[in-house]
Each structure stands twice: as structure tokens, then as C-alpha cells.
Design a protein around this ligand. Sequence first.
Ligand code: HEC
Length: 166
Amino acid sequence: MKNISLQILLVFTAFFIYRCGTNKQPGNENNVQGPDSSGTKHKYDTVLMMAGINSKGVGRFDNIKLTHPLDEQMVTSGKRIYETKCFACHKLTTELLVGPGWSGVTSRRTPEWIMNWVTNTKVMLDKDQAAQADMAVCLIRMPNQDLTDQQARDVLEFMRKNDGKN
Ligand code: HEC
């Protein structure tokens, strides 16, 4: 039984190494579907979504109150943080770069999970199933970004904006 799970994991891992490599082509910035339409993107999204979709993650945040409409000041600050600290590894589409693209992240992850992830990355990687599933895809541990709680909240607001939430 254990061996079968290991084999499945290896097949997935090989598959995603291939995907991470092929996604680094220039010129796909605005191509939300990625370079092919064979359904590969769909499988990738499904694997990420299956892991801990309702989880709050591990950390101090267990009740984030979202504002409606979006707080545009936080969006602006979050965008600036994205452009300085996150941009090198995350696209705003569904495409993988070093880490997963952020399109749809506020639907597949709870606000609490995102806040805990960004402020408690190392512990989440050690303990959280969804974070570990992401890492199985990306094969690199996201470094701690040393954001304050407010900065993490601002980035979350920017992600909501990117997802067309209001
Ligand atoms: C050096 C590359 C790198 C940088 C810089 C980086 N990340 Fe990541 N991020 C990753 C990787 C890789 C993952 C996937 C999990 C893993 O393998 O550790 C990830 C995962 C995530 C996820 C989960 C995505 C999902 O779909 O589940 C979020 C949210 C995230 N990062 C936010 C941020 C924020 C916010 C910043 C900037 C403040 C940032 N990241 C900077 C590499 C990076």
C-alpha cells in the first residue's frame, strides 16, 4: 500500500517538474490558460485545490474579517509589496513560476490560511497538508518573507482584487 502511494507521488512529481520547466517560457505572461489546452492545467489546479481547501492553516490567524467593498488603500499597498517581494516567484495568472500563480488563490485558500502562510511559512511547510502539496509541485520551500501582519493583510487584499472579488 505504501509503495503504491509512493509510486503515485513519484509520477506526480515527475509530471510537475516537467510542468515547472515548460512554464518558464517567455511571452506567456498574459496567457491565463498556459501554453497548452490539453487539460494539463486543469489537473494541476485540481491537485492543488484538493489539498486543504477549507483549512485555516497553522498560525495565529483564525478569524479574518474581510471588508466589502475592497479596501483600495490596502490593495495599493499590497500591490507594492507584491512588486518588491513576491513578483520574482509568483505570477498573477494561473501559471507556475517558482511558486503557484496567484489567480484563484483566494478561492482555493481561506483568508486565514493565506495570512498564516505568509507570516508563518516555515511552520506551515512542516505541518500543513496544503502547503506540503504546493511544495510537492514546486520543489522549493518558499522563504519566509518577514511581512508584518498589516503587510500580509494588504497582500491578501491585493490577491482578492486580482481574483475580481469585491
Ligand atoms: C523565492 C520564491 C518565492 C518568493 C519570493 C515568494 N514565494 Fe510564495 N511561494 C513560493 C513557493 C515555491 C510556493 C509553494 C510552496 C512551497 O513550495 O514552499 C509558494 C506559495 C505561496 C502561496 C500559496 C499559493 C497556493 O496556491 O497555495 C502564497 C499565498 C504565497 N506563496 C504568497 C507569497 C507572498 C505574499 C510573497 C511575497 C511577500 C511570496 N509568496 C514570495 C515561492 C516564493
